[in-house]
Design a protein around this ligand. Structure first.
Ligand SMILES: *Cc1c(COP(=O)(O)O)cnc(C)c1O
Ligand SMILES: [Zn+2]
Length: 423
């Protein structure tokens, strides 16, 4: 990825525990005081490196539990220097003990991490955007944006409104109407592009270079991706400071899965949880499954695809961090699978009917893949399982059209009602 130029320059507050931006390929380190994306030597992506020694005994269960009931309770483990500018209502979403769903799947213990109710835009993206925009303001940017499959655009638009920043969000032309309308309402410049997400992403790399804006998942990507760790921290804290044996997560650009794993490892490193092992599993739609195909075929590199699925929010055929998702799945001892659009719709209905949680196709994908892995015997039935539900079904209601009870209206008479319910 191009655009490793330093755009913003940080104000004088140092980040307490951040050591550097470190190349994931060669380990070269760069100061974390500017918007950089990639290594100058090999164009490898940069990731935040922390000083865990300095955190030991300072970042503890007690220090975290004393924090706010939001994602910012994990602020010491995030790359921001000062006070958060947004995200005060983001994170700390419910971890639901899903007993009815567990029975339906034939497993002993299952939890749903419910980011479909994350605030303010009802997807996991409010976590990554809160970190990226806070850092963008610290770096002196006044204009932000993103390349998005829908939920990120929605979130950037809302958080930009809260922080008083101008926003330009770029999306493929064919997204769900509800997502686009609920993005426009925040006053962002919503730009629809003829093409798929990979075309949008390429364009945004050029926009970041030419306009010098903070595009959260392009030139602020190292900061943005760290926000996804908060989902993992919440899971372990809400499990009473325990690692879940099995975690199933969706894979799009490949941010959330490796970052939840990073959160689990950091929790072990800091002594917040015992290292009891935690396998992570990737979920994709069959119509866009570069990572799942690579895992199934035993390859460490994925082959880019042209997406064709109703799971539009996770339809990324050339995922920026796909190789790291594959790597983490293998390292953890997990696996990956993909499921058809029909299985996705059935899983959305199953989650709604058993647990009262209405998710979008990304969540349907995750549940359908969990079901498949359980049926294949890959995930054992007698060990704790967490599934990450990352988005809300109210934003994509069109995918459920024709799958519910759509009988004609009845006259307002008791006989008509009786005929209907008694068949
Ligand atoms: C963005 C998104 C994901 C995961 O995307 P990554 O780029 O892999 O982090 C999952 N679910 C939903 C609903 C999303 O919007
Ligand atoms: Zn490098």
């Amino acid at each position: 990825m191009a655009g490793c130029e330093a755009v913003g320059v940080v104000k004088e507050i140092p980040m307490r525990f951040v050591r550097a931006l470190k190349c994931k390929e060669c380990g070269a380190e760069y100061p974390a005081d500017a918007a950089r994306t990639s290594c100058e030597e090999d164009f490898g992506p940069l990731e935040i490196a922390y000083d865990y020694e300095a955190m030991r005994g300072v970042v503890t269960r007690a220090s975290i539990e004393a924090g706010p009931r939001s994602m910012w309770r994990y602020r010491d483990l995030l790359p921001v220097a000062g006070e958060p500018v947004t995200g005060h209502r983001s994170g700390w979403t419910p971890l639901i003990k899903a007993d009815r769903l567990a029975r339906a799947l034939g497993v002993d213990a299952l939890w749903v991490k419910d980011d479909s109710v994350n605030q303010p835009t009802f997807s996991y993206k409010d976590r990554v955007v809160s970190v990226a925009l806070t850092r963008a303001v610290e770096l002196g940017f006044d204009t932000v944006g993103c390349a998005s499959t829908g939920n990120l655009a929605h979130s950037v638009a809302a958080h930009a409104a809260m922080a008083g920043l101008a926003a330009h969000v770029v999306i493929p032309h064919d997204l769900e109407a509800g997502k686009v309308a609920s993005t426009r309402v925040f006053g962002a410049n919503v730009v629809r592009v003829e093409g798929n997400y990979d075309d949008v992403n390429r364009l945004c790399t050029e926009i970041a270079d030419r306009f010098g804006w903070a595009l959260v998942n392009v030139n602020l990507r190292p900061f943005y991706t760290e926000g996804a760790k908060t989902l993992g921290f919440e899971i372990v804290e809400q499990l009473g400071w325990n690692l879940p044996a099995h975690t199933v997560l969706p894979v799009a650009g490949g941010t959330i899965l490796p970052k939840v794993w990073k959160a689990y490892r950091e929790a072990v490193t800091l002594g917040l949880v015992a290292d009891t092992g935690a396998k992570v599993y990737g979920a994709q739609a069959a119509g866009c499954d570069p990572v799942a195909s690579a895992v199934r075929d035993g390859r460490s590199m994925f082959k880019p695809q042209k997406p064709k699925t109703i799971a539009k929010s996770i339809a990324i055929g050339n995922p920026a961090d796909g190789v790291y998702a594959i790597d983490v799945i293998k390292q953890s001892g997990g696996w990956a699978e993909s499921v058809s659009d029909g299985e996705i719709v059935a899983a959305i209905a199953l989650l709604a009917k058993t647990e009262g949680v209405f998710t979008e196709p990304a969540g349907g994908t995750t549940l359908a893949v969990a079901k498949k892995l359980i049926e294949q015997g890959v995930i054992p039935r007698d060990e704790p399982i967490v599934i990450g539900i990352t988005g809300n079904g109210m934003k994509t209601i069109e995918v459920m059209a024709g799958h519910g009870d759509e009988r004609p209206a009845i006259p307002a008479r008791i006989e008509a009602f009786e005929r209907l319910v008694r068949g």
